[in-house]
Write a protein that binds this ligand. Sequence first.
Ligand code: 2P0
Length: 321
Amino acid sequence: MSPTVRVVAHPNIALSKYWGKAKRDGNFPAVPSLSVTLSGMATRTTVRFVEGLADDQVSLGGTPMTAGLTKVTALLDTVRAAAGIQLRAEVETANDFPTGSGLASSASGFAALALASVRAAGLDWDATRVSGLARAASASAARSLFGGYVELPFGAEGARPVATKESFPLRVLVCVATEEAKKVASTEGMTTTAATSPYYAAWLEEAPRVHERLRSALLADDFSSVGALAESSALMMHASALAAGVVYVKGVTLDVLATVRELRAKGTEAYATMDAGPHVKVLVRPADAAKVHDVLVHVPGVLRMLTTEPGDPARVVDEEP
Ligand code: 2P0
């Protein structure tokens, strides 16, 4: 039996979004992306390779996993091939936040799985290589290997850190709009967008520009520009998806967005971003977090709120021989 390796990884929220895949094998994004890894939400994953198993045994939140199992097995097959082992794995994973609903559980989940399985198999890979393994399973997961602000450049195997978590103070207020899993998975949503959206070409042209400007603004410590560009990236991504009939927003999403814009009009800088789900994540300076939280928590349809901040890389927390 291999060592038992326990890993913690955090989800990340893209400030400049990945949406659409490059026309090559291996799950490479069509556009660059830049994210912030968030503390306050976590995936905990344990992996060991054991004798006598016919198949990989994977549980999610205490129940056998069904959706997404193919990607898990494919990642484990890559690790087995690299390590020269045949053993099947026991994988236990749990999220302390809603799964598969646009809160980046696939990002933290595949980052945790990649790191835990690489270590359990005895491979001495650096974080960039582990990030590439995670990217092949789920591109946003490449970014959760690192803490703080992280970029997945166009065409890159793995992500790379751009700025430390301390360098750009931020709070991300997550307005939870549902506890349910989404009906259209991200992979399907972006594939449909690429195939049928009349605005997908515009997205491919614009996304890299927004990305470059956002990275410059981040490195210049320009909160207003980072916020405005992040909101813009989210709206462009959703516009391209909406035009293909891929609708992740709900009424509450638009109500939170309108409230964020009202706050701005009245002088409080808050900016919204949305992923492949109805939740809005609101970017604020730390000093404004409590005030903005107290407004958004009263928007009808907001079930609860999480206050998160730039967090740490995926890491091994326990290893038993
Ligand atoms: C992102 N999202 O950059 C974008 C913004 C959702 C909206 O990456 O097909 O689960 O597994 O590579 O990474 C969600 O897509 O997609 C995502 P796959 P993934 O965070």
